[in-house]
Design a protein around this ligand. Structure first.
Ligand SMILES: [Zn+2]
Length: 268
C-alpha cells in the first residue's frame, strides 16, 4: 500500500533526517514535505540536493510540499516589497517540489475576498508552474470562500484544491463544499479533531465523518496515496514509533475504505 505522512509530525524545523528515517521504517512510501511551511526560510540548492539524497536513501518519494507564506515574505501582502519576497518564497518551493519529483505545492490564501496583490502573485507564478510541471494546491482553512474564489479564477492546469479535512470538520458544511470542488482535488491533508480545535490527530480518533469523506474521495480527481498531516502534539502517545505505526494503520484502513467505494462505483 502507498501511504504518505507529513514530515513535521514531531518538529517543523531543523535536521529532518531522523524523521525521514522513522517514516521509512514505519512503512510509508511517500512524504508530504511540511518543514518550514510558515517561515521565511529559503531552501538553497545544497539543502534541496541533500533532501533528495535522504529521500533516495530511505526509499521515500515526495508526494507534495507545503509551500510557505512567511511572516515577512507574504505573496498576498499589500506591501509590494513584502509581496515580491513572498513570490520569491513561493517560487522557491515550486522549484523544490519539481526538483524532488512532487506534483503540487500547497499554499494558503487569506480568509478574505481575493485581492489584487494575491492575484498579481498568482499571475506571476503561472508560467513557472507550467514549465516545471507542478501545480499550486490552495488549501481550505475554516473559511472556504477565498479558496473557492481562487479556483474559479484560475484553471486546473495550474491550480487545484488541497482539502484539509481537519479544517473542514470545524465548519458545518466542509464535506459539502469539498463535494462541489472534488473535480479539482489534487492534494489532501488528512487528520482528525473534535470539531472545535485544529488538533491534527490520527484519523479515526476524532469526529471527522471518514465514511462520507472516503466516498467523496473515491469520486474525486484525487488518485494519489492517502496523505496524513498528523502531529504527535495531541496524540497522547509518547513513543514516536508507536505513533507512526498507529498512523500507518489508520492510513491503511482509510485506503481500503476509498478503494471499496471505487470498486462499488465501478460495479454500479
Ligand atoms: Zn493542512
Amino acid at each position: 500500500v502507498q501511504l504518505s505522512i507529513t514530515t513535521d509530525y514531531a518538529a517543523g524545523t531543523g535536521d529532518p533526517s531522523p524523521y525521514l528515517r522513522g517514516i521509512a521504517e514505519a512503512g510509508f512510501t511517500h512524504v508530504h514535505w511540511c518543514h518550514q511551511w510558515s517561515t521565511d526560510f529559503l531552501y538553497s540548492e545544497c539543502e534541496i540536493r541533500q533532501i533528495g539524497v535522504w529521500l533516495a536513501e530511505f526509499g521515500l518519494e515526495l508526494l507534495d510540499l507545503h509551500g510557505s507564506v512567511g511572516p515577512e515574505k507574504n505573496w498576498a501582502s499589500e506591501r509590494e516589497y513584502e509581496r515580491l519576497a513572498g513570490v520569491e518564497l513561493v517560487r522557491n518551493r515550486l522549484y523544490m517540489t519539481a526538483r524532488l519529483g512532487g506534483g503540487a505545492t500547497i499554499l494558503h490564501v487569506p480568509n478574505e475576498p481575493v485581492g489584487d496583490p494575491l492575484r498579481r502573485s498568482l499571475d506571476a507564478v503561472q508560467e513557472f508552474c507550467k514549465e516545471r510541471g507542478v501545480c499550486i494546491a490552495i488549501e481550505n482553512r475554516t473559511c472556504f470562500d477565498a479558496t473557492e474564489q481562487v479556483l474559479s479564477e484560475y484553471g486546473p492546469e495550474t491550480v487545484g484544491l488541497c482539502y484539509d479535512c481537519g479544517h473542514g470538520n470545524m465548519i458545518a458544511d466542509g464535506l459539502e463544499r469539498l463535494g462541489a470542488l472534488k473535480d479539482r482535488l489534487i492534494s489532501v491533508h488528512l487528520h482528525d479533531n473534535d470539531g472545535i480545535d485544529d488538533q491534527h490527530m490520527i484519523p479515526f480518533t476524532g469526529t471527522v465523518d471518514w465514511s462520507r469523506l472516503a466516498r467523496i474521495m473515491a469520486t474525486s480527481a484525487y488518485t494519489k496515496p492517502v496523505s496524513m498531516e498528523v502531529s504527535t502534539r495531541n496524540a497522547g502517545i509518547d513513543d514516536e514509533e508507536v505513533f507512526l505505526k498507529k498512523t500507518f494503520d489508520a492510513g491503511v484502513r482509510l485506503t481500503e475504505m476509498v478503494d471499496k467505494e471505487r470498486a462499488a462505483l465501478e460495479q454500479a
